[in-house]
Design a protein around this ligand. Structure first.
Ligand code: T46
Length: 135
């Protein structure tokens, strides 16, 4: 599965903490878009799609949530619980986000501008897409 936990260094002192993410160090791609998700209520799940070309790093900069990842062959669930770790998600990976804490703020660092045509929003279509691609 093309996913990886990235550990960010925490620069902490008496004033509090600072985390940096820099291209070529913690970040494996140039960031072209940032968006964030917050105020997710109770049992709401989000995502339910894969991307054909987009790479992302997801960071729970506050609170926590879980990310279900699926490459068509296997599934795994990654909890995001710290602003010092990011989850890299490569292309062709189905994702669902759930179990958001009330205070959760999930930031995404994305490799490209928003493009709806890059989304596969149906799981059967996702499996068919992978089958065609791997022929
Ligand atoms: C992803 C997961 C982790 C925009 O207008 N611009 C944007 O950059 C984004 C990301 C979304 N939107 C609009 C499109 C929809 O009308 O915001 C609305 C909600 O988007 P969506 O339903 O795709 O949100 P999630 O939380 O299901 O998925 C998002 C990202 O879209 C997706 O790329 O990997 O977070």
């Amino acid at each position: 599965m093309d996913v990886k936990i990235i550990h960010f260094q925490q620069h902490g002192d008496a004033r509090g903490n600072l985390v940096a993410a820099e291209l070529g160090k913690e970040l494996p791609f140039p960031v072209r878009r940032v968006y964030y998700i917050y105020g997710v209520k109770g049992a709401q799940r989000r995502g339910f799609h894969a991307h054909k070309a987009l790479n992302q790093v997801l960071i729970a900069i506050a609170g926590s949530c879980k990310i279900l990842l699926d490459n068509g062959k296997e599934q795994t669930v990654v909890p995001l619980t710290s602003p010092t770790e990011g989850l890299f998600i490569g292309v062709d990976t189905w994702r669902e986000m759930f179990d958001f804490s009330e205070d959760a703020v999930l930031v995404s660092l994305a490799s490209a501008e928003y493009d709806e045509s890059d989304y596969i929003r149906d799981h059967d279509a996702f499996l068919k897409y992978l089958e065609e691609k791997n022929k």
